[in-house]
Design a protein. Structure first.
Length: 132
């Protein structure tokens, strides 16, 4: 699966977002090293702090399905924004828990362009272990 296909998966799942408060729908698609794709959407709540981002929904679903550190190959994130939609900082920290700093993170904009970053570009000096 190439980055365009992974982004298409993120774009498609976006319509499943539950975002009645922000009206800001986000879709994510994680590619596992075994070729499986796992999707996630943002799920909002009237108590705003209970909201879960699309990226975390996808990671937590992957873990629920038996995947863990070392299993993740790439992630695509899709919204309807003019600029490339970046993951929030909590989602970056969740990515740092499970993914290599070199893992590709694909962002897109409403012109369907794809920006390829690495996790380390988004979260340098990540906090990843307790025994420092
Ligand atoms: N959101 C995501 O799902 N992922 C991002 O990368 C940025 C923000 C969601 C959270 C909330 O439901 C809405 O977008 C507005 O912040």
């Amino acid at each position: 699966m190439n980055k365009e296909q992974l982004m298409e998966s993120a774009r498609k799942i976006k319509q499943a977002a539950y975002s009645p408060y922000s009206k800001f729908s986000v879709g994510a698609a994680i590619l596992l090293k075994d070729g499986t794709v796992i999707n996630g959407v943002n799920v909002e709540n009237v108590s705003f702090g209970a909201t879960n981002c699309a990226e975390r929904t996808a990671f937590f679903t992957a873990v629920t399905n038996g995947y863990t550190k070392g299993d993740f190959k790439a992630i695509s994130i899709a919204g309807d924004t003019e600029d490339y939609l970046p993951p929030c900082s909590i989602c970056r920290q969740v990515m740092a828990e499970f993914c290599s700093p070199e893992m590709p993170v694909y962002l897109t904009n409403n012109k369907q362009e794809i920006l390829e970053l690495k996790l380390i570009d988004l979260l340098p000096y990540a906090f990843t272990e307790l025994d420092m």
